[in-house]
Design a protein around this ligand. Structure first.
Ligand SMILES: O=C(O)c1ccccc1NCC(=O)[C@H](O)[C@H](O)COP(=O)(O)O
Length: 243
């Protein structure tokens, strides 16, 4: 995914079989947006190159939507970043077997560093790590539990060879209050690996501001709520970051 242009990854977060958006990642704050496959196909038709697909039930430990997400990946021609509850050999193999381009590990990077080191060694850039933070404290288990210091963990993962990071300010996620540009700048200053920004995008100006960070290392931006609430269309978003 290397380019001088900001890559957009429309999000499809799935809870109990439905596309939803949460506020600050909190279970119980769901707004429903219908069939995940229809949502993903709509983003593909509108020109998305990637889709960020999340199994929220697997992230929260309330079951999973594994088969449904595998079907979504199979029906898409665009690349998929698959996230949520990938924490052991079984869930990792199942996720990679869907044909997704890469997976995003979150909790495992906090709780099972040796396993994550092995996954990175085996699968290289098919592994990204999600750094989901409140302040500079990482959050795991569906963002419900504190899990260590952002910069200590980042240094360890860099040393382990992690190819890229998906960075989310949990307080901004699903709130349409704008991305945390300061956090993204700080993370880019602390690592030479590409960063995918996630959470809070509210406007085309937010996307333009993220595009300004491409030279620092921001490679992509995940956008959920703003697209579902039609603050702008994906076509407009792609146009906004194309120059
Ligand atoms: O990605 C995860 O694994 C995850 C786990 C638990 C809660 C939320 C999770 N992801 C949320 C997202 O990826 C959002 O869709 C994304 O940050 C977009 O946010 P926004 O544009 O603010 O709607």
């Amino acid at each position: 995914m290397s380019s001088n242009r900001l890559i957009l990854l429309p999000a499809v977060d799935v809870r109990d079989g439905q596309a939803v958006r949460l506020v600050q990642g909190e279970s119980g704050t769901e707004t429903g947006y219908g069939d995940p496959l229809e949502a993903a196909l709509a983003w593909q038709s509108a020109g998305a190159e990637w889709v960020h697909l999340v199994d929220l039930d697997a992230a929260f430990g309330t079951g999973d939507n594994r088969e449904q997400l595998a079907e979504v990946v199979g029906r898409l021609d665009v690349r998929v970043e698959l996230s949520g509850g990938i924490r052991d050999d079984d869930s990792l193999k199942a996720a990679l077997a869907t044909g997704c381009a890469r997976v995003n590990l979150g909790t495992a990077a906090l709780e099972s560093p040796d396993w994550v080191r092995g996954a990175i060694a085996e699968y290289g850039d098919r592994i990204a790590v999600g750094l989901d933070v409140r302040g500079t404290t990482l959050r795991g288990r569906g963002w419900t539990r504190a899990g260590g210091d952002l910069y200590e963990t980042l240094a360890r993962l860099d040393a382990d060879g992690c190819a890229r990071y998906v960075v989310t300010d949990v307080a901004r996620d699903g709130t349409m209050t704008g991305p945390n540009l300061g956090l993204l700048r700080d993370v880019c200053a602390a690592t030479d690996r590409p960063v995918v920004a996630s959470g809070g995008v509210s406007s085309l100006d937010d996307l333009r501001a993220l595009a300004e960070l491409v030279p620092l290392g921001v490679e992509g931006a995940i956008t959920g709520k703003a697209l579902y609430d039609q603050a702008f269309t994906l076509t407009e978003a792609l146009e906004a970051v194309s120059r």
